[in-house]
Design a protein around this ligand. Structure first.
Ligand code: SF4
Ligand code: SF4
Length: 444
């Protein structure tokens, strides 16, 4: 796909020669003529065609204010609790490792305290719930390491949170990120009882997944069989769960997205979401090439899903979901995620961070228990578009400034962008624009 730009208007041309325009601020999509495309070739050609220039200028000016006029609200409505800073797997790419980077410490984030303190977690739940003002909904997300090492702790915290909201007009949700290997009938029923949104991590078929996700105790033994057994337990309670998603990690170790998708579909679990994530720990000279290989695979998989299920299939892929929902609702994304604004993360020591992936860096700590550092929080008061200096990017309101953890792992600074991330994001956003426009033609 080719891109040309006039101020906040992006023109994209597909291989078949069709040209679409996209307005970066009001998120409108429109068909453009070949003449406009030619005029946009450079400043000289545009100067020659004053009529086209004037039309583009009118469209550019049509708009509501840009992101700098938006105040970011700071009210914590998602609490991530790290139940277990220990894991039964040792995935080859695990980022939750000690500073030594050895994956024997996978899931620990370098902490010696492996289990959450239930009493402290209850204090946090109570504190953040009682501080809700505008939001009528609150989510508690359990993560790790592997959180299902301690299912009873999870259940007791769910029970506690339910008691805390009883009689109040608060919609309480529970979510869990698990490797799925420890799901038993009992824990599946517990997840169903609390209508959990469940995300299971698996990278694809056994040939791939067993290599990347081995069991810690059985050196070299793959975890696929155990995860699939766990998914079978979820099948029995599938209708009682909130949503069921899969989390796949791609990167230098594996870029075969389509193959993973085919395998996951063959399990017939009717997943609600596919999180096809790209691991950003590759600093080699081939990082761009690998990122592009992943992107091509993601595009092929998107084409397959769209051909089968249209837009409702495509939104199942996390990477397409954000731009598509923004295009449909014509509402702008100001923050890639809620870090430091609506979301807070507690580790097993009850130390607070804005993001899961900052937990092995003491300098990122923003508080303890229920005591949040004001200056740290104030830092996150602006939108991520501003903090990450994305004001001139055409995709800013479909992206929201990008992932700070990805940026940090590339540059060492959470606000200094990873160019590979930006390249992938813009390519996906442009493709989403095309699919979106196509779907309008097909439904009308
Ligand atoms: S399941 Fe998650 S925490 Fe455990 S080793 Fe794999 S990536 Fe790390
Ligand atoms: S694509 Fe990159 S520059 Fe654009 S908004 Fe996202 S992070 Fe910022």
């Amino acid at each position: 796909m080719q891109f040309r730009r006039y101020k906040d208007i992006l023109a994209t041309r597909a291989e078949n020669g069709e040209v679409l325009g996209f307005h970066a601020r009001n998120l409108e999509v429109a068909e453009l003529s070949e003449k406009v495309w030619q005029a946009l070739e450079n400043e000289i050609t545009l100067q020659k065609d004053s009529e086209i220039r004037a039309e583009l200028e009118v469209w550019h000016k049509e708009n509501s204010p840009d992101t700098t006029d938006i105040a970011s609200s700071q009210e914590i409505s998602t609490l991530l609790l790290n139940v277990a800073q220990i894991c039964n797997l040792k995935c080859t790419y695990c980022a939750a490792v000690d500073f030594d980077g050895k994956n024997e410490s996978a899931g620990t984030y370098g902490s010696k305290i492996t289990k959450i303190d239930t009493h402290k977690a209850e204090q946090q739940i109570s504190y953040f719930l009682s501080n809700l003002k505008d939001s009528k909904s609150f989510e508690i997300e359990f993560c790790g390491g592997e959180p299902l090492l301690y299912p009873r702790v999870i259940e007791s915290l769910c029970r506690y949170a339910q008691l805390m909201v009883s009689g109040r007009d608060i919609d309480l949700h529970f979510a869990i990120n698990t490797n799925g290997t420890l799901i038993t009938r009992e824990s599946a029923e517990m997840l169903a009882r609390y209508r959990f949104h469940v995300t299971v991590s698996i990278d694809g078929d056994p040939e791939v997944n067993d290599l990347t996700r081995p069991v810690k105790a059985k050196n070299g033994y793959g975890s696929t069989e155990l995860t699939v057994r766990g998914l079978e337990q979820l099948r029995a309670v599938r209708n009682q769960l909130g949503t069921l998603a899969v989390n796949c990690v791609f990167g230098a170790h594996n870029t075969r997205v389509e193959r993973a998708f085919d395998y996951l579909e063959s399990l017939h679990l009717d997943f609600d979401r596919y999180n096809f994530n790209f691991s950003n720990n590759d600093r080699s000279e081939t990082a761009f090439e690998i990122s592009n290989r992943y992107l091509e695979e993601l595009k092929k998989t998107a084409a397959k899903l769209y051909a089968r299920d249209g837009l409702s299939g495509l939104v199942k892929i996390k990477q397409f979901r954000r731009p598509l929902t923004r295009l449909e609702s014509q509402t702008r994304q100001h923050n890639y995620c809620g870090a430091g604004k609506s979301l807070i993360q507690s580790d097993t020591r009850a130390d607070l961070y804005v993001c899961n992936w900052f937990m092995n860096d003491e300098t990122e700590k923003i508080g303890h228990l229920t005591d949040l550092s004001k200056p740290h929080l104030e830092h996150y008061g602006s939108t991520l578009i501003e903090l990450n200096h994305c004001q001139t990017c055409w995709a800013r309101h479909l992206c929201g400034g990008g992932c700070m953890a990805v940026h940090k792992s590339f540059s060492g600074n959470r606000h200094e962008k990873d160019p590979n991330f930006c390249h992938r994001t813009r390519q996906i956003a442009a493709l989403a624009i095309w699919y979106y426009k196509r779907s309008l033609h097909e439904t009308h």
